[in-house]
Every structure is written in C-alpha cells, then in structure tokens.
Design a protein around this ligand. Structure first.
Ligand SMILES: C[S@@+](CC[C@H](N)C(=O)[O-])C[C@H]1O[C@@H](n2cnc3c(N)ncnc32)[C@H](O)[C@@H]1O
Length: 209
C-alpha cells in the first residue's frame, strides 16, 4: 500500500528525489541525530523505531549500541539509501527498513521500547493520527523523543535560507504536541532548546508502565 496521502506535495515526485539527493551530504550524518540517540539512550536488546528515518543516520548509531531498530520512511529513495547503508553496518542484522509514515506505522501495538524522529514532524500530514500511532506502538514504560530543528530561530545557522520552508509544511508547536500526547495517556513535555548547538523544538514523553 502506498503512503502518498500522508505526504506533503512538496515531498512527492521526481523533484522531491532530486531535492533529497542534493542534500545527501547534510542528511548522511548530522550532529542532531547523534544528540537524539544520546537522549533516547538505546539499550542492548531493546526494540526501537526511527520515524522518518531518511538515510538512517540515527538508526545506524542506535543499532551500533546493541538495540534492534526499525527505520520507517515513506520515500522509496530514502529507503533504498538506508537499505544500502544497512548492508555496510556490523549491526545490520538488527536493522529493518520499512515503508510507512508516522500516521501509519508498520509495527505491532505495544512492541516498541523507544521511538524518535529527527526533522520529520513538520512533514507529517495528520498530527492527531500520528500521535495516536505513537501511543499505540509504545510498550508500557516506553519513551519517545521528537525533535525538529527550529529554522525560525534567528540563531539557527540556516535561518536565512530555511525560515520560510515551514510555511509550506505542518506547523510544529511543542506545547500543543505535549498536550495532545498527555491526552493519550502519556507523560509529556515540550520545549524549545538547543541540541548539538542548534535551536530545536523538542518533545519527550513516556508511557506509564
Ligand atoms: C528532513 S528528512 C529527515 C530524515 C532523517 N530523520 C534525518 O534526520 O536525516 C524528513 C523525512 O521525513 C520523511 N517523511 C515525509 N512524510 C512523512 C510522514 N508522514 N511520516 C514520517 N516520515 C515522513 C521524508 O521522506 C524524509 O525522509
């Protein structure tokens, strides 16, 4: 089944692929991905989920720490790159690359010890559906971290070139997201802070055990 109805127009088609390929050097490895893996603190044997995993920079770091990671992305191009990258990892047997979106996650309910996403929340099309999915897939006691770089912040190094990118995407309001997750029975907080030295919008939550 395709996931195009859960993708912005901006994210579909040939030009979207060209756009991603031109940015491969930025997405291959980013300090924000290292920062989120430190926040998630993967433990050996855990089942983890990287939503909107892209080329898998956080997936490979988390798998190297001994956890099993499902990397989910609706883009076939991203999954191909992530899948190829997987082959070069010592931890490849613990990495699975799946088609899916935040709104429709390809994992069983209650099966995930921790999930995260970097720079994908503004790509999500139906936030309420996505939040219900996050709450569904987390195991009791499971944790999540959602991080989007805050290009609207004047201190962001790419503020000048990226600040109006958000106009055509989904607005990310950390307090509203935290409130929605609390409404689904999670304990959640949202804040604007720094990660790897750049301004980010950050939501952290846990599901009660
Ligand atoms: C800016 S990239 C970030 C990729 C990766 N997390 C990183 O930090 O390098 C955003 C990713 O979100 C994916 N995406 C688009 N719509 C999505 C949705 N509804 N649910 C989950 N991911 C989505 C895109 O295909 C893309 O790979």
């Amino acid at each position: 089944m395709g996931h195009d109805h859960h993708r912005h127009d901006h994210d579909k088609g040939f030009m979207a692929n060209v756009h991603w390929l031109l940015k491969i050097h930025k997405f291959w490895q980013a300090d924000t991905n290292r920062a989120i893996v430190d926040m998630v603190d993967p433990q050996p044997g855990e089942n983890l989920l990287d939503i909107g995993a892209g080329m898998g920079p956080a997936t490979v770091l988390a798998a190297a720490r001994g956890a099993s990671v499902v990397a989910v992305d609706p883009s076939g191009l991203m999954r191909s790159i992530c899948g190829m990258r997987r082959l070069f990892q010592r931890a490849r047997s613990r990495i699975t690359v799946e088609s899916g979106t935040a709104e429709s996650l390809p994992v069983a309910g209650g099966s995930i010890d921790a999930l995260w996403t970097v720079n994908s929340v503004h790509h999500w099309v139906d936030l309420d559906l996505a939040f219900a999915e996050l709450a569904r897939v987390l195991a009791p006691g499971g944790r999540l971290v959602l991080m989007d770089e805050d290009f609207t912040h004047p201190d962001h190094p790419r503020h000048e070139t990226h600040h109006d990118h958000e106009d055509e995407m989904t607005a990310v309001h950390v307090e509203a997201i935290a409130e929605a997750l609390c409404g689904l029975g999670l304990e959640a907080t949202g804040q604007k802070t720094l990660a790897a030295g750049v301004p980010v919008k950050l939501v952290r939550a846990t599901k009660s055990a």
